[in-house]
Design a protein around this ligand. Sequence first.
Ligand SMILES: [Zn+2]
Length: 68
Amino acid sequence: MKVSYYCDNCRSFINQTEIEEVNLHSFMNGSLTQEKWKDIINYNDQDGLLLYSLCVSCVNKIGAPPEE
Ligand SMILES: [Zn+2]
């Protein structure tokens, strides 16, 4: 399935990748808890799974996303 990354700060497109659905579970469980994923996951037909991160310029500007 398609996965699209957008910047959480400036909303610019970062990256798009394909992941196999069999890998989706481990992919999603890799770094975040299920609870946290529910907060950030969006889906649409055009972009597939939408994930929000920070683009390079925003990381440089405001630093890495805060740990919760
Ligand atoms: Zn940005």
